[in-house]
Structures are given as structure tokens and as C-alpha cells.
Design a protein around this ligand. Structure first.
Ligand SMILES: Nc1ncnc2c1ncn2[C@@H]1O[C@H](COP(=O)(O)OP(=O)(O)OP(=O)(O)O)[C@@H](O)[C@H]1O
Length: 356
């Protein structure tokens, strides 16, 4: 397994890029730990596949270097980088049996047949295809075929990293859950360095130790699921993670107070704001209390979502969502207070700390 260094990587598909907008991937400069499970999460077109292909060697970055354990692999082919890949759609040999498909990457590396047999049997068990081992792969369903692709990715234990590009897209919802949990268990057991691309936050949050959130060709935050929830570094992370996402409202900061429409909230510190910054206040719907005290809101709708309810309201003309328990009392003349520990202040979309 390897530590992966992304050294000032940028990529543009067209020739002679003139500005940031021309780059599918803007500056990416990070180091990913050996044995880490990383999920690349972000909306369509944000650059996830571009970054994954740069790691795998399918794509040469326009600028920067990629290192495995400190060794420059930028000019090496996928084969030479020694990585396993699992794509969105199954890549298997239809005319081979299920067993031979799984054995293929091992035999290719010259592994002795008794070891091949042991590892293939283990993998058949994990992907629940033991009873199908002698069947030709062409007779299988799409999700069985994808399980073979996953198995082929996981069967070798000498790879530098395993890369997954939305591997569960063709899998039915229940099986998705099963495979996700198995991948997690696998990671714990064998300590592979795994990079997993998805645009589904549930998939990313359950799979990864560290979620890499991408937006518009940039990595906007790398964090544990708890960090992304509690301290989103960028307003996009706030919107994208959580359901509903974080409330983000235009605001003004004066020393250690923040004003929202006509309402003023005292802070326990003075945020680092520069004149001319576009200031916003972020608060997750779970950290707003609704009752008879605080700032007046107008309730527009209440949605039941099982054991909780989402209250849609407006505060000083700004729409907001509030999550309450199913039995919470919602007064006719409702008011809200914000949990001070859960306030996030943003300048030009980036979270700011306190004034030094
Ligand atoms: N081969 C290519 N030639 C030109 N532009 C490309 C090419 N591949 C991707 N792009 C552009 O680069 C940007 C990033 O695309 P990329 O496929 O990396 O995003 P993504 O986050 O993986 O999206 P998706 O979830 O839809 O796969 C997009 O604007 C896309 O249109």
C-alpha cells in the first residue's frame, strides 16, 4: 500500500489554458495517508474522475507531480503504478467462469495456484458468489457482474491503492448497503489505501475515514464526516452535506456581533473579516431551537420525515430549515434561537476563524 502525494496538480483538457475557468482541476496539493480510505465527493462535473484518472495514470496532469511513497510516478503507466481499479460498469471477461475472472489478476502476477485458489475462494465468499463459481460470467445479472469487478479489484494484496469510480451505480439499493459495509470491513481488515469516487453523500460518509469534498475543480475540504458536518470550511460543503443542508444567510459582522436583517446575535469572539468581504452566517437546521424566545420567524411549511419534522420558515426575509423532533411544540408566534457553538461565519464562501 502507498502514501499518495498530489504535488501541485492542475489539469486542463484544452490547450493553452488562460485562466482558472479553463482548468477542470485547479491546484490540488495534498498528501493522502498510507492505508487511508478516502471518498471523493462532489456534484457532476466537479473534477472527481479527472483526479482519479490522474492518480491511476490514465491521464497526465498538465502541471504537477504525483508520488507514491515519495517516488515520482507521474510518467508511469497504470500498469507500472500497480493499482487496482473498479469502474462504474463491470469490466469482466464474459467467456470466462466467475472463478477464472477472479483468478486472472493473480495468475497474471505469477501467484502460485494453491494461493490463487485460497484467495479466489475467500473472495467468492465475500461477494456471495461461491455457488456461481463455475458459471460463465455472461449469464450473470449486471449486479453480479459488478460484484466480480469489485472482487477482481480486491483480490490482490500487493497493490499500491485500489481506486473505485462510482462502483455501486448498477447495484440494487439493498445490495449497495451490503457491499458498502463489506468494503468498509475489508479496509479495516487489510488496510488498503482506497480512493472512492461518488456523488452520493451517504455512500461517501459510510465508506470513508476522510471525505474529500470537491467543487468546481477544487478540493474545498478534506475531513471526517463529523468535521464536515460541524465545521464546513466552505458554504458548498454546508449545502452539500446534510439533509436538509446548512442554512446560509447574508449577514454583517461588527466586532463580535453579527446582524441578520434587523436581528443581532452576540458572538463569543470577533471573526476575521476584511472590509468588502461578502459575509454569511451558516447554521445547520439541527442546531436551531424553536419556541417562544429569540428572533421571530414566519413558518411557511412543516414536513414530516419519520421521527423528525422539517420546519420551513423565514427569518428577516431569509428562508431557513429547522429540524425538530416529531413531538416538539411549535408555537403559533414562533421564535428561534441558534446554538452559539454551532454558528459558522463565512467570508466570500470560506469559513473564517477568530480575529488573532
Ligand atoms: N475528455 C475530456 N475532454 C474535455 N473536457 C472534459 C473531459 N473529461 C471531462 N471534462 C470536463 O472536465 C470537467 C470535470 O469532469 P469530471 O468528469 O472529472 O467530473 P466528475 O466530477 O467526475 O463528474 P461526473 O460525476 O459527472 O463523472 C467537466 O467540466 C467535464 O466536462
Amino acid at each position: 500500500m502507498a502514501r499518495i502525494t498530489l504535488d501541485h496538480i492542475r489539469h486542463a483538457y484544452g490547450p493553452n489554458p488562460k485562466s482558472d475557468v479553463a482548468y477542470a482541476l485547479r491546484e490540488v496539493d495534498h498528501e493522502w495517508a498510507d492505508g487511508g480510505a478516502y471518498a471523493l465527493l462532489g456534484p457532476s462535473g466537479c473534477g472527481k474522475t479527472t483526479l482519479l484518472n490522474i492518480i491511476s495514470g490514465l491521464l497526465q496532469p498538465s502541471h504537477g507531480r504525483i508520488l507514491f511513497d515519495g517516488n515520482d510516478v507521474t510518467n508511469l503507466s497504470t500498469q507500472e503504478r500497480n493499482i487496482a481499479q473498479v469502474f462504474q460498469f463491470p469490466v469482466i471477461y464474459d467467456t470466462m467462469t466467475v472463478y477464472d475472472n477472479l483468478a486472472f489478476p493473480l495468475r497474471n502476477r505469477g501467484i502460485a495456484e494453491p494461493d490463487v485458489n485460497r484467495r479466489v475462494r475467500e473472495m467468492l465468499d465475500i461477494i456471495d458468489l461461491s455457488d456461481w463459481s463455475n458459471r460463465k460470467a455472461q449469464r450473470l445479472t449486471a449486479d453480479q457482474k459488478q460484484k466480480i469487478s469489485l472482487g477482481r479489484g480486491l483480490v490482490r494484496n500487493d497493490v499500491n491503492a485500489i481506486l473505485f469510480d462510482e462502483p455501486l451505480t448498477v447495484i440494487d439499493p439493498h445490495m449497495k448497503w451490503v457491499l458498502r459495509s463489506q468494503l468498509k470491513r475489508f479496509h479495516k481488515q487489510f488496510g488498503f489505501t482506497m480512493v472512492y469516487v461518488t456523488h452520493d453523500q451517504t455512500e461517501a460518509l459510510t465508506f470513508a475515514d476522510k471525505v474529500v469534498v470537491m467543487y468546481d475543480g477544487q478540493i474545498v475540504q478534506i475531513g471526517t464526516p463529523a468535521e464536515l458536518f460541524e465545521r464546513p470550511s466552505h458554504t458548498f460543503v454546508g449545502y452539500f452535506i446534510g439533509s436538509p443542508g446548512m442554512n446560509v444567510m447574508p449577514a454583517e459582522v461588527h466586532g463580535s456581533t453579527i446582524t441578520l436583517g434587523g436581528e443581532t446575535i452576540a458572538l463569543d469572539h470577533a471573526p476575521k473579516i476584511t472590509a468588502g468581504d461578502r459575509v454569511e452566517l451558516g447554521i445547520r437546521p439541527e442546531f436551531i431551537r424553536i419556541g417562544r424566545e429569540g428572533m421571530p420567524v414566519t413558518i411557511t411549511r412543516i414536513e414530516d420525515i419519520g421521527r423528525r419534522r422539517i420546519v420551513r420558515a423565514s427569518l428577516a426575509g431569509q428562508p431557513m430549515a429547522i429540524v425538530v423532533s416529531e413531538d416538539a411544540e411549535i408555537p403559533a408566534e414562533a421564535r428561534v434561537t441558534f446554538d452559539p457553538a454551532a454558528l459558522n461565519i463565512y467570508a466570500n464562501s470560506w469559513r473564517v476563524g477568530r480575529e488573532a
